[in-house]
Design a binder for this molecule. Structure first.
Ligand SMILES: NC(=O)c1ccc[n+]([C@@H]2O[C@H](COP(=O)([O-])OP(=O)(O)OC[C@H]3O[C@@H](n4cnc5c(N)ncnc54)[C@H](OP(=O)(O)O)[C@@H]3O)[C@@H](O)[C@H]2O)c1
Length: 357
């Protein structure tokens, strides 16, 4: 057991009861899949969502499934999330939005359960560790009941920066994101399908989940604008990256853009180092890093692409090259399924860390 482990939460059972709050959403469904695929040793999995979803059956074959269909496929039955839902829960995976995370935190705490939260509600709180298991696993033990999952684009970025920082200290990072529609939730993904159909049929577009048309368009605004002209998504990437890497002065400049891709965020990144780095060494380090895969063969026109990587777990890196605009610089392109490593998978890996120690 980690020496930092707090006694209040020290006795998580080997087979915990796990609640998935927001189970019917884009992230929640992937959480079920991650629990199932990784054979997470849950005694039981509670599927929680709004009153709208009560009684829905969700396919689930992992440990803790509630029942099976005639064909042997397991399922969970969705229950309404209520304060008392957490009374018998050990680990609560939250992906129902910031407001509900804040509202339910006291009930999770009362149940002495650990909350692993996907929303931005607590990420920058000093008593809440912000954890990417491949990058800062030890931070998990600083928790006082809540562990935050970073923003999806942040996770994707720090997975690579953490590896590259072994080459030389990083001085500055400039990153542009190309973020998929599903990053705004299940309804937003449906809206991309529907707008695409409407666009092709010459019909009026229905715009509900985005600020503007998303089909056949790019929107250079994710979340609200801050006083300095950046968006909150860009600000989150800056402050979260510093917190995870424990580099409070790291210089970062972000531009976050929503693109008409269903799943998988992409990032174009330029990194300036304090001393010399070389492309071959970077490629070798990245290729050997847990959770990172290199697809980088310009001769074969092979590089990571969002349309081809949905449902995968790694952060894929390609187009690795020198950035000639600075003395010691590298540039690369990365793609990751933001519903997997950017959200559900990372949260389940945090739960695994809690059990492993
Ligand atoms: N999408 C991503 O790529 C991504 C990545 C990282 C983090 N996140 C964060 O994860 C959270 C969820 O995102 P999402 O994309 O999965 O959203 P989503 O697809 O819109 O899902 C929202 C979930 O919250 C549930 N919910 C809504 N109101 C509720 C209530 N009153 N009580 C209980 N459950 C309620 C919904 O249940 P019903 O179906 O019953 O309405 C649904 O299960 C957000 O905080 C988001 O910022 C998302």
């Amino acid at each position: 057991m980690s020496p930092h482990k707090l006694s209040h939460y020290a006795n998580l059972p080997a087979n915990p009861v796990v609640a998935v709050a927001g189970v019917t959403g884009a992230v929640g469904r992937e959480m079920l899949l991650a629990l199932e695929q990784r054979s997470f040793p849950a005694a039981r999995v509670k599927a929680l969502a709004s009153a709208r979803s009560v009684g829905k059956r969700l396919d689930f074959n992992g440990p803790g499934a509630e029942g099976t269909y005639e064909n042997g496929q397991g399922y969970l039955v969705v229950e309404e999330m209520r304060p008392e839902s957490f009374a018998d829960v050990d680990i609560a995976l939250f992906s129902a939005g910031s407001a509900l995370s804040k509202e339910y935190r006291p009930f999770v705490r009362e149940a002495k359960a650990v909350m692993i939260d996907n929303s931005s509600a607590f990420r920058m709180d000093t008593d809440v560790p912000l954890v990417v298991p491949e990058v800062n696993p030890a931070d998990v033990w600083l928790h006082q009941g809540v562990i935050a999952n970073p923003n999806c684009s942040t996770i994707q970025l720090v997975m690579v920066l953490n590896v590259l920082s072994r080459l030389a200290p990083i001085k500055r990072v400039v990153c542009s994101t190309y973020q998929a529609a599903s990053g705004a939730g299940a309804a937003a993904m449906d809206e991309l399908y529907e707008q695409t159909r409407q666009f092709l049929a010459g019909e009026q577009l229905t715009i509900q989940n985005f600020l503007h048309q998303i089909a056949f368009n790019c929107i250079p605004q994710i979340d609200v604008f801050m006083d300095d002209g950046s968006t909150k998504e860009e600000w989150k990437m800056v402050v979260e990256t510093r917190k995870i890497l424990h580099e409070s002065d790291l210089a970062l400049a972000m531009s976050c853009v929503r693109v008409p891709v269903l799943r998988c965020h992409a990032e174009s990144v330029h990194v300036e180092f304090a001393s010399a780095v070389n492309v071959a060494a970077a490629r070798e380090l990245l290729a050997g890093a847990a959770g990172v895969s290199v697809i980088d063969d310009p001769a074969a026109q092979n590089y990571p692409m969002p349309g081809l990587l949905a449902g995968t777990d790694d952060v894929y890196v390609g187009r690795l090259r020198r950035d000639p605009s600075v003395t010691h610089g590298l540039a690369f392109w990365s793609v990751a399924d933001q519903l997997r490593k950017g959200a559900a998978l990372n949260a389940v890996q945090i739960a695994e860390l809690l059990l492993a120690s």
